[in-house]
Design a protein around this ligand. Structure first.
Ligand SMILES: [Zn+2]
Length: 371
């Protein structure tokens, strides 16, 4: 029998299979298959449900400076302690959301300063002030005095993230488990109810949060992982999937309530920071008689993993800043003198490293509350 697309149960016309990421590319997933979904189902589920999941749980990509296979990681809205909002790129640099102008009044003197993402925005902002203060502003002179700066930012920022757990996002979680099941040789017939759920045709909830047990108690302190584990034991216990995203978000998926065998025990563990599949991990996931009706959200658990992730993110971003500074200094030193000595290198290193160190020190002071 020819293999069919497991979602629409059709043989793709002209063998028009598409490349399905088992865990979405936007979440840094790299495991993929060309024999799961037809092009139509891939693009429909991509825009309808994967997009919702990525919107809701995708922020660690930016926060941890992770990379994905296709397209750069999008900038993320963050809020500084003073309430101002910026866009943060995956290198940890902050960009104004729009051009910002500051006016400072001193007697009958007004001092203007402008922050913008590029010269075009700066000029538009200046035109606004030109209207407000007719004949007082020389736009071209102001433009010629603009300076471009890139400043590493180390003080705490808050990531603005939307709620998690929309029904579209939960369907996308079910698809991750179903993708893995089919890819590992399971038959669509065995998980029909789950397939209806992914297609949005079943009202029964088949996905729940899973913080019942820590599935991998001896995991590395700095590891950030995606996990897909499938389990089916004795008949009557059902076929279950465990899906973990960025270590924080943990779900159980009921692939089939009526699984009659065989026994299933498969794991996929991906270290997203190191970009490697972990082969010696043995997640302990024993769904037994897990109750789907029980919401299973443990806010304390999410918060604890979340703050642990913040520490990992800080470390990763600090490491990246140092790496970048050293790289730039080296390039510059060698460009100036192909036979640059260590001493030459050090001179250039100060230029790039000092701002990073200063930012770290300032952030430390601020966090102690002593400023
Ligand atoms: Zn299809």
């Amino acid at each position: 029998m020819d293999r069919v697309c497991y979602l629409c149960q059709e043989l793709p016309p002209d063998g028009d299979w598409s490349l399905e990421h088992i865990i979405p590319n936007a979440l840094g997933g790299r495991w993929k298959s060309r024999s799961l979904l037809c092009r139509v189902c891939n693009s429909t589920t991509g825009s309808e449900i994967d997009a919702a999941l990525c919107r809701e749980v995708g922020w660690p990509m930016n926060m941890m400076g992770l990379t994905r296979e296709r397209k750069p990681v999008p900038k993320q809205v963050v809020t500084l302690p003073d309430g101002s909002e910026y866009l943060r790129d995956a290198q940890g640099r902050l960009w104004p959301r729009h051009a910002i102008g500051y006016e400072q009044l001193d007697g009958n003197q007004v001092t203007l300063s402008i922050q913008a993402r590029n010269r075009r925005e700066a000029r538009a902002k200046l035109r606004e002030y030109e209207k407000k203060y007719p004949g007082k502003i020389d736009v071209e002179q102001f433009m010629s005095s603009l300076t471009e700066t890139v400043q590493p930012h180390r003080s705490p920022v808050n990531f603005t993230s939307s709620g998690v757990g929309s029904s579209a996002a939960l369907r996308a979680v079910a698809k991750i488990a179903a993708n893995a099941f089919i890819e590992w040789g399971g038959l669509p017939d065995q998980i029909m109810e789950c397939i209806s759920f992914i297609r949005g045709e079943s009202s029964r909830q088949l996905v729940r949060w899973y913080y019942v047990d820590e599935v991998w108690p001896d995991r590395g302190d700095m590891d950030v992982t995606h996990v897909v584990a499938l389990r089916a034991g004795a008949p009557g216990e059902g076929l279950w999937g465990y899906v973990e995203l960025f270590r924080i978000y943990r779900f159980a998926v009921q692939l089939s309530a009526a699984h009659k065998g065989p026994i299933v025990h498969r794991d996929y563990v991906y270290d997203i920071g190191q970009k490697r599949v972990v082969t010696d991990a043995q997640p302990v996931f024993s769904p037994g008689a897990l109750d789907l009706e029980d919401g299973g959200v443990d806010l304390e658990a999410i918060r604890a993993v979340g703050s642990h992730m913040m520490r990992i993110a800080e470390w990763r971003s600090l490491e990246a800043s140092f790496g970048e500074a050293i790289g730039k200094a080296f390039t510059e030193a060698v460009a100036a003198n192909p036979n640059a000595t260590t001493e030459d290198l050090l001179r250039h290193l100060h230029t790039y490293l000092d701002p990073v160190l200063l930012a770290v020190i300032q952030a430390g002071v601020r966090r102690d509350g002593s400023r």
